[in-house]
Write a protein that binds this ligand. Sequence first.
Ligand SMILES: Cc1ncc(COP(=O)(O)O)c(C=O)c1O
Length: 480
Amino acid sequence: MEKSLKQKIDILKQTDVYAPIVEALKKAYENPTYQFHIPGHTKGKAIFKDFKKLTGEKVLNIDTTDEFDNLGTLHPATGPIKEAQELAAQAFGAKKTFFLLNGSTAGNLALAMALTKKGQKIVVNRNCHRSILTGLIISGAEPIWVCPNRIEDWSVWGNIEASQIEELLKNNDDISMVWITNPTYEGVVSDIKSISEVCKRYGVPLIVDEAHGCLWNFNKHLPETALKLGADAVVHSLHKTGGSMSQSSMLHISKDSCLDCDAVEKALKLLHTTSPSLLLLASLDAARANLQSKSGLKLLDRAVKNAKYLRTRLDAIPNLHQLKGDFGYKTDVTKVFIKVDGLSGKRLESILEIDFGIEVESASDIGVLILCNLGNKHSDFKYLADALEKIATRDYKDIYYLEKRKHMPMLEPKIMMSLRDAFYSEKETIPKEEAVGRISAEVVAECPPGISILLPGELITEEHLPYLRDYETLEVVVNG
Ligand SMILES: Cc1ncc(COP(=O)(O)O)c(C=O)c1O
């Protein structure tokens, strides 16, 4: 007899983990049918041989979409997919969780489509991910920018103060929502509790893009998730650090939120593919189960310990510095942003890669970002720390073109037109040098981290040029 969700959760409590999509896929694999449906490679029988060799047969065997093999459906959520989303909501402490394909990008787009309208004012941090901007371009809501503190020595955006949000809400009584990013890509953490208290006092919902913080609910040495600190909705890129496959993410609506879950679900249905990959959905289910399992919790504990080990080693290396929590902001211990005197971040990245075979998460003109992941062993960190010690104490020189590459401007935007109006205006493409003094008609955002250099409606100035080295032309508003 089919077990109820409650019974399954009880089993989960007793036996460590239960992952319904994974179980359903296993069953489908063990009971193959004569397949006359998509995907047409038919369990890998009609696929490029080298690709099959690379992936292995099993992956192709379970590459299927919803509707088939009793796997349930994503929209509406039914069967094992529905159960898996409910188990995820429990694990992350949410009222409702939606599995996302196309990453947290899909979650941000859905939130914008469902919850914001043309002309509504929404407080957004200027260093938000471009998916939020895309969402606002689609809905036509107007961002009211909040510029976080700048951590000048590191050329990165820092935390957002509750007082900044309060100031904006006090001066604009028509703001309908606050939407901020926490943590930053480099791991700087804002005081979400105070920010949510301000939002509640002014009666506006708070959305937190916690794309880089999906592990937080599973280890006491990591910051508190916004779902526990009063946010209404949170997106998590499980594929970034949570252990699911690339592109798979989650969107959570918090327990006490009055946000319209149905509207969010409808928007997701419009945005999502109609052929969701069961592999990706199962990987979300598996990542959640792993994070709740004894072995997964151990891996996370190991990641935190490895991060602390790395940080202790780095402290002892001359000429090397790491970004740490400071008065006013905290950091996520697993995201280690470092710089070495005399080397740009880009140069340091290339030395690590070429001389030591090490690939880091990203590099800026200042430093490199290292993620202490679930999958890294202690010996990986020892190797990395040894390599950094050699680099910092040997006579490595910067290389001009790497040194001069600029990464992320922290300029106060000069807004000349609304985001949406500029995006949909008549446009022309002109050489970059001629664009100074004109109004941008496009989102110019380098990935990673997908933070914008220029947005539609913003004045292009001389100050932008060093950050646009890879661009020969820019799209500007005609007559603007
Ligand atoms: C803060 C933030 N939000 C959202 C996203 C989009 O996430 P995804 O890559 O899962 O679509 C990113 C991606 O880098 C991000 O940094």
